[in-house]
Design a protein around this ligand. Structure first.
Ligand SMILES: [Zn+2]
Length: 108
Protein backbone atom coordinates (compact mmCIF):
# COMPACT_ATOMS: atom_id res chain seq x y z
CA UNK A 1 0.00 0.00 0.00
CA UNK A 2 1.10 3.53 -0.69
CA UNK A 3 2.07 5.69 2.24
CA UNK A 4 1.23 8.88 0.39
CA UNK A 5 -0.90 11.20 2.44
CA UNK A 6 -3.88 12.69 0.70
CA UNK A 7 -5.43 16.01 1.45
CA UNK A 8 -9.14 16.48 1.21
CA UNK A 9 -8.50 18.88 -1.67
CA UNK A 10 -6.65 16.13 -3.53
CA UNK A 11 -9.73 13.97 -3.90
CA UNK A 12 -12.57 16.43 -3.63
CA UNK A 13 -14.37 16.71 -6.96
CA UNK A 14 -12.72 13.60 -8.41
CA UNK A 15 -14.78 11.15 -10.34
CA UNK A 16 -15.50 7.91 -8.50
CA UNK A 17 -15.22 4.79 -10.63
CA UNK A 18 -16.13 1.34 -9.43
CA UNK A 19 -13.83 -1.58 -10.20
CA UNK A 20 -16.58 -2.80 -12.53
CA UNK A 21 -15.94 0.31 -14.65
CA UNK A 22 -19.17 2.04 -13.70
CA UNK A 23 -18.97 5.72 -12.83
CA UNK A 24 -20.40 6.14 -9.37
CA UNK A 25 -20.33 9.91 -8.95
CA UNK A 26 -18.00 12.58 -7.64
CA UNK A 27 -16.33 13.04 -4.27
CA UNK A 28 -18.07 15.85 -2.46
CA UNK A 29 -16.48 15.66 0.95
CA UNK A 30 -14.49 13.49 3.32
CA UNK A 31 -15.56 12.69 6.86
CA UNK A 32 -13.84 10.92 9.69
CA UNK A 33 -14.91 9.62 13.07
CA UNK A 34 -12.98 9.40 16.32
CA UNK A 35 -12.57 5.65 15.94
CA UNK A 36 -10.52 6.27 12.81
CA UNK A 37 -13.12 5.43 10.19
CA UNK A 38 -12.80 7.66 7.13
CA UNK A 39 -15.72 7.96 4.75
CA UNK A 40 -15.91 9.64 1.37
CA UNK A 41 -19.15 11.43 0.67
CA UNK A 42 -19.91 10.75 -2.98
CA UNK A 43 -22.53 12.73 -4.80
CA UNK A 44 -24.25 10.67 -7.46
CA UNK A 45 -25.54 11.84 -10.82
CA UNK A 46 -29.05 12.14 -9.42
CA UNK A 47 -27.76 14.50 -6.73
CA UNK A 48 -28.03 12.15 -3.77
CA UNK A 49 -25.16 11.68 -1.37
CA UNK A 50 -23.72 8.26 -0.75
CA UNK A 51 -21.13 7.38 1.92
CA UNK A 52 -18.24 5.19 0.75
CA UNK A 53 -15.97 3.82 3.49
CA UNK A 54 -12.30 4.39 2.77
CA UNK A 55 -11.66 0.68 3.06
CA UNK A 56 -13.59 0.29 -0.19
CA UNK A 57 -11.21 2.67 -1.97
CA UNK A 58 -8.54 0.73 -3.82
CA UNK A 59 -6.77 3.56 -5.61
CA UNK A 60 -6.59 7.31 -5.97
CA UNK A 61 -5.08 8.91 -9.05
CA UNK A 62 -6.94 10.96 -11.62
CA UNK A 63 -10.00 9.13 -10.39
CA UNK A 64 -11.01 7.48 -7.16
CA UNK A 65 -11.33 3.74 -7.70
CA UNK A 66 -13.68 1.92 -5.35
CA UNK A 67 -14.19 -1.79 -4.88
CA UNK A 68 -17.53 -3.49 -5.29
CA UNK A 69 -20.69 -1.74 -6.24
CA UNK A 70 -21.47 0.54 -3.32
CA UNK A 71 -23.53 2.90 -5.43
CA UNK A 72 -25.89 0.34 -6.91
CA UNK A 73 -29.56 1.21 -6.70
CA UNK A 74 -29.05 4.00 -4.20
CA UNK A 75 -29.51 1.57 -1.33
CA UNK A 76 -27.52 2.00 1.83
CA UNK A 77 -24.68 -0.39 2.54
CA UNK A 78 -26.49 -3.66 3.30
CA UNK A 79 -24.06 -4.90 5.93
CA UNK A 80 -24.27 -1.72 8.00
CA UNK A 81 -27.29 -2.97 9.91
CA UNK A 82 -29.19 -6.20 10.16
CA UNK A 83 -27.96 -9.74 10.35
CA UNK A 84 -24.29 -10.17 9.50
CA UNK A 85 -23.47 -12.85 6.99
CA UNK A 86 -20.32 -14.83 6.29
CA UNK A 87 -18.11 -13.15 3.70
CA UNK A 88 -17.16 -16.54 2.29
CA UNK A 89 -20.24 -18.76 2.30
CA UNK A 90 -23.02 -16.24 2.96
CA UNK A 91 -24.56 -18.04 5.92
CA UNK A 92 -25.99 -15.93 8.73
CA UNK A 93 -23.83 -15.15 11.72
CA UNK A 94 -24.70 -13.98 15.19
CA UNK A 95 -23.78 -10.28 15.68
CA UNK A 96 -20.90 -11.21 17.98
CA UNK A 97 -19.42 -13.92 15.76
CA UNK A 98 -15.81 -13.48 14.70
CA UNK A 99 -15.82 -16.70 12.69
CA UNK A 100 -18.32 -18.59 10.62
CA UNK A 101 -19.84 -21.70 12.27
CA UNK A 102 -20.60 -23.18 8.85
CA UNK A 103 -17.33 -22.84 6.94
CA UNK A 104 -15.09 -21.96 9.89
CA UNK A 105 -13.47 -18.91 8.33
CA UNK A 106 -12.59 -15.83 10.40
CA UNK A 107 -14.64 -12.73 9.72
CA UNK A 108 -12.00 -10.03 9.79
ZN1 LIG B 1 -18.96 -19.21 6.14
Amino acid sequence: MSTKAFRKEDIQGKTVIETSGKVGGKVKDVTFSLDGAITLIVIKEDGTEHPVPLKQVVGISDHVIVRGEPMMGGASIPTAIGTPVCKFCGSELSPTSTWCPKCGKAQT
